[in-house]
Design a protein around this ligand. Structure first.
Ligand SMILES: Cc1cc2nc3c(=O)[nH]c(=O)nc-3n(C[C@H](O)[C@H](O)[C@H](O)COP(=O)(O)OP(=O)(O)OC[C@H]3O[C@@H](n4cnc5c(N)ncnc54)[C@H](O)[C@@H]3O)c2cc1C
Length: 350
C-alpha cells in the first residue's frame, strides 16, 4: 500500500499480531486515533456471512447515502456476535510525513493529565498523545533495559506528523513545561522517535512480566511467582483523566497489587493493568476485585468500561451497568434477529 502513497490509519499496538477481522470485531483504536479516529471511521462496507449461511453485503460506493439502517456500523464492534466478516472495504488516507516524538517527564500523573487537557483544549492536533505511569515505566525498563527516566511519576509521549513537526513539538514542549514537566526531550529524528515509541508499544507486554514481588525487588524479576495480568480499557472524559489516575493509584494500595496505567491520553482511553501472581489464590481474587473496581471508578467519572478492546466475557456485568435495561433489551432483540439460535460467540458481550 505504501507504494501508492496511501495508508490505513488505525494502528492498535497489537498490529503485528492482530487481524482486520478482529479490528472490526472490536472497533479497535490505537496510538494515532487521537488525530485520525478509530476503525469504525474507516470501514466503508462489509461482506458478512450470517448465522444462517446467507451472504450480506453492506455499504455503498457513493460519498453520501442514507438508504436503510447503517448495518456496516452495527457489525463494527459487535465482537463477532452478529456475523462473520469475510471481506471489508476500508478507507485509506494519503500517507502523512514521518512523525517526530517528544517525551515529557512529570512529577505527578495529575500534572501530566492537566498538560493533556491543556494540549487538546488549545487545539493542538498531535498524531499521538500517550501517557505511562511510573509502574509502567519501571516495567518497560526492566523488560527492555531501555533506560527511561526511572524516577518519573508520569511520562508523556506526544508526536506530530505535520510538515514542520519540530516547530509543533517546540510549542508543545513549552506548554508541557508550563504545566509542570520536569524534563522535556524532543527526538532529534525519526530513528529516535521510533525508539521512544518502541517503549510505549512494549508497555503491555512489559507489564505482563510484573508481580508484586518483582516490583519490590527488581532482581526477583520474572522468577517472582507466575506473572499474570488483567487489562482494563476504561475511557473517561479527558477532563476526568487526572481523577481517574489518582483513583487507580488508590485502588492499587487498597488491593495491594501493582497496577500500571498506560493511556491513549489524548482520547482519555486508559489501560490500567492489574499485575498479580497467578499462583497465589488470594492475589487472583484481589486482582479480579481491583479489575472490577477500576471499571466502577470509570463509570462514576462518566466514562465507559471499554474504549477499544470490547466486552467479551469479563465485562458483561459492567456492560449492563453502563447501558441500562432498555438498551440491554434492544441488544437482545438485535441478537435474536441476526442469530436466533445463538450460535455466534455464544454467551459473549451480554
Ligand atoms: C500487546 C497488545 C496491545 C494491544 N493494543 C491495542 C491497541 O492499541 N488498541 C486496540 O484497540 N486494541 C489493542 N489490543 C487488543 C486487540 O489486539 C485488538 O482489539 C485487536 O483489534 C483484536 O484483533 P485480533 O485479530 O486479535 O482479534 P481476536 O482477539 O481474534 O477477536 C476479537 C473479536 O473480534 C471477533 N472477530 C475476529 N475476527 C472476526 C471476523 N472476521 N468477523 C467478525 N468478528 C470477528 C472475535 O470473535 C472477537 O470477539 C492489544 C492487545 C495486545 C495483546
Amino acid at each position: 500500500m505504501a507504494e501508492t502513497g496511501l495508508y490505513y490509519p488505525p494502528d492498535p499496538s497489537s498490529w503485528e499480531m492482530c487481524t482486520i477481522g478482529g479490528n472490526i470485531g472490536t472497533a479497535s483504536g490505537g496510538l494515532c486515533c487521537v488525530k485520525y479516529g478509530v476503525t469504525a471511521e474507516y470501514v466503508l462496507g462489509l461482506d458478512v456471512i450470517l448465522a444462517d449461511g446467507r451472504l450480506l453485503r453492506t455499504g455503498r460506493r457513493t460519498a453520501k447515502g442514507v438508504a436503510g439502517y447503517d448495518l456496516t456500523r452495527l457489525f463494527v464492534g459487535a465482537e463477532g456476535s452478529l456475523g462473520v466478516v469475510v471481506q471489508a472495504t476500508l478507507a485509506l488516507k494519503p500517507a502523512p510525513p514521518e512523525q517526530l516524538v517528544l517525551a515529557a517527564e512529570f512529577g505527578s500523573a495529575a500534572a501530566a493529565c492537566e498538560a493533556v487537557r491543556e494540549i487538546m483544549a488549545q487545539g493542538h492536533v498531535p498524531s499521538l498523545l500517550e501517557l505511562m505511569d511510573k509502574t509502567t515505566v519501571r516495567a518497560v525498563n526492566a523488560f527492555t533495559k531501555m533506560d527511561l527516566p526511572d524516577t518519573t511519576e508520569a511520562l508523556l509521549l506526544a508526536a506530530f506528523d505535520t510538515h514542520d513537526p519540530a516547530a509543533d513539538l517546540t510549542a508543545l514542549g513549552k506548554l508541557c513545561a508550563a504545566a509542570g514537566a520536569t524534563e522535556v526531550v524532543p527526538a532529534a529524528d525519526a530513528a529516535e522517535s521510533e525508539l521512544l515509541l518502541a517503549a510505549r508499544r512494549t508497555a503491555l507486554t512489559a507489564l505482563e512480566t510484573v508481580t508484586a514481588a518483582s516490583m519490590i525487588d527488581e532482581s526477583a524479576g520474572a522468577g517472582a511467582g507466575r506473572p499474570a495480568t488483567m487489562i482494563d480499557d476504561v475511557c473517561v472524559p479527558r477532563s476526568k483523566l487526572g481523577e481517574f489516575f489518582e483513583g487507580v493509584a488508590r485502588l492499587s494500595d487498597e488491593y495491594r497489587l501493582p497496577i500500571g496505567v498506560v493511556a491513549h491520553a489524548g482520547d482519555g482511553n486508559t489501560h490500567p493493568t492489574v499485575c498479580f501472581d497467578g499462583n497465589d489464590p488470594d492475589q487472583c481474587i484481589r486482582a479480579q476485585q481491583a479489575f472490577g473496581a477500576i471499571m466502577d471508578l470509570g463509570l462514576e467519572l462518566g466514562g465507559t468500561i471499554t474504549g477499544e478492546h470490547g466486552v467479551g466475557l469479563l465485562k458483561k456485568d459492567w456492560l449492563a451497568k453502563e447501558v441500562g435495561p432498555v438498551s440491554l433489551e434492544l441488544h437482545r432483540g438485535i441478537k435474536e434477529a441476526f442469530d436466533p439460535l445463538g450460535i455466534l460467540n455464544p454467551g459473549k458481550v451480554f
